[in-house]
Design a protein. Structure first.
Length: 208
C-alpha cells in the first residue's frame, strides 16, 4: 500500500508534553525520510528514533499514511513561507525590469536550495505515487500562476508562461538528480542561478 493513499487528519496535541513528543516524532520522521528513504519510514522506526510509544503517533494520526502527510504539510509550510517572502521582495521591484526577473529567478532557486533535503525525496517519491504526484501538480500549477503574474500579465502571457515553466523544470530536475545533471562537473547554485537568469532574460529580450 502506498504511503500517500490516505491523507489522514492530524489531531493536534493539547498538552505541552504531547506537543514536545509530536515535534520529536515529526523531526524523527524527517530524518528517516531524508537519510534512509521512504521505505524506511515506519511507525516502529519513528518511535525508536523519537523515543515514544506507538500510541503517541496513533493519538495524532491514522497510521503511517497520516504521519507521512503530517510531515509533508509541516515541511511544505516552510517551503511556502520561504517562497512567499522572496516573492514579496520581487514584487517591490518595477515590473518587466531585469531586476524583477532576476529577483523572481533568485526566489525560486533559493527556495529549492534551502529546502532541497526535503524536496529531493518528495519529488523522487512522487514519480511513483499518483496521489503525491497529483498534489505536486497542484503545487506546481499554483507556482506557475504566481510566476506568470510576477514576470508578466498572467498565464496568457506566453513569454511569462514559458519562462515560469523553464525555471520550475530546471529546479525540479536539479532537486531530483543533483548538481551534475547533464554536466560532467558540479554546477554551483550561483552558476545555476546565473544560467537560469540568462535564459529568462533572453526570453524576455525576444519579441517572438
Amino acid at each position: 500500500m502506498s504511503i500517500a493513499e490516505s491523507t489522514g487528519t492530524v489531531r493536534p496535541p493539547m498538552q505541552e508534553r504531547s506537543r514536545e513528543a509530536w515535534d520529536r516524532i515529526l523531526e524523527a520522521a524527517l530524518e528517516i525520510l531524508i537519510g534512509e528513504g521512504r521505505a524506511s519510514l515506519t511507525i516502529s522506526a519513528v518511535c525508536s528514533r523519537a523515543k515514544v510509544a506507538p500510541t503517541a503517533i496513533y493519538a495524532r494520526v491514522d497510521g503511517i499514511a497520516g504521519l507521512f502527510w503530517a510531515l509533508y504539510e509541516s515541511q511544505m509550510e516552510g517551503v511556502f513561507a520561504t517562497q512567499e517572502a522572496l516573492f514579496t521582495q520581487a514584487e517591490a521591484l518595477e515590473p518587466g525590469t531585469k531586476e524583477r526577473i532576476d529577483a523572481v529567478v533568485r526566489a525560486v532557486t533559493t527556495t529549492f536550495r534551502e529546502h532541497e533535503s526535503f524536496l529531493h525525496p518528495i519529488i523522487n517519491y512522487s514519480a511513483s505515487d499518483p496521489v503525491l504526484q497529483a498534489r505536486g501538480a497542484e503545487t506546481s500549477f499554483a507556482l506557475t500562476t504566481r510566476l506568470c503574474g510576477l514576470l508578466g500579465t498572467g498565464l496568457a502571457d506566453q513569454r511569462a508562461y514559458d519562462t515560469a515553466r523553464m525555471i520550475q523544470q530546471e529546479c525540479i530536475l536539479r532537486a531530483m538528480y543533483g548538481d551534475t545533471w547533464l554536466s560532467p562537473e558540479s554546477e554551483s547554485y550561483e552558476d545555476f542561478f546565473a544560467r537560469l537568469t540568462r535564459m529568462a532574460q533572453a526570453r524576455f529580450a525576444s519579441q517572438a
